[in-house]
Design a protein around this ligand. Structure first.
Ligand code: B4P
Length: 190
């Protein structure tokens, strides 16, 4: 099995590249952001709770997202691997993921971390705000807060996976196709 974490700050291109990678490698795509937005759309209890955090650019509580990932792993017993997109985002989430995958005897293969400058992240999310109706893209202060939350709570995961010797930095600026090629070159070496 191949289990990849696609990592990066908001706007790094995780969703964009994950869509291509699942096509290329036939992995199951698990995006906690997409799963949460689906819950909000259906106005479930979980979705309504998550919405209050997401609209402010804060992280949704660990217990909620870990539970969602556990359900999805259990629902795909025959998968040849997973791409985790936007998960884990905290150290407790990373530890929980390690435990869940240990049960499957199939650990994380690699974290692929997209590197993009902050000003470029802000520009990309402003552009998406014009094209989509994601509430967390509409307000510049919420975008700033998402990047701040990333730096404080999520970036430390880099050291968690570096310690496990599972960290790869991938240049995430420039053309989407070029970034995809860089990701594929890294994956082919695994
Ligand atoms: P996510 O859905 O993960 O949103 P995100 O971090 O903003 O990244 P996203 O995937 O949308 O953007 P991408 O990098 O693809 O999370 C949303 C919220 O959900 C979080 O703030 C949090 O509240 C909650 N949440 C999710 N997971 C959680 C967890 N594990 N724990 C707690 N809370 C959680 O960038 C996309 C944009 O960049 C697109 O518009 C794209 O067109 C553009 N782009 C991509 N590549 C480009 C390139 N090379 N050049 C130019 N533009 C590019």
């Amino acid at each position: 099995m191949m289990n990849l974490i696609l990592f990066g700050p908001p706007g790094a291109g995780k969703g964009t590249q994950a869509a291509r990678l699942i096509d290329e490698y036939k992995l199951i795509h698990l995006s906690t952001g997409d799963l949460l937005r689906a819950e909000i759309k259906q106005q479930t209890k979980l979705g309504l709770e998550a919405q209050t955090f997401m609209n402010k650019g804060e992280l949704v509580p660990d217990s909620i997202v870990i539970g969602m990932i556990e359900n999805k792993l259990d629902a795909n017993p025959n998968a040849i691997g997973f791409i985790f997109d936007g998960f884990p985002r905290t150290i407790p989430q990373a530890k929980a993921l390690d435990s869940l995958l240990e049960r499957k005897k199939s650990p994380i293969t690699r974290m692929l971390a997209l590197q993009v400058e902050k000003q470029e992240l802000i520009e990309r999310l402003k552009i998406r705000a014009m094209e989509s109706n994601r509430p967390d893209d509409q307000n510049p202060e919420v975008i700033e807060n998402r990047i701040k939350v990333y730096e404080e709570s999520t970036a430390p995961l880099i050291y968690y996976y570096k310690d496990q010797k599972k960290f790869s930095a991938i240049a995430g600026m420039g053309d989407v196709d070029d970034i995809f090629k860089r990701l594929c070159m890294e994956i082919e070496q695994l």
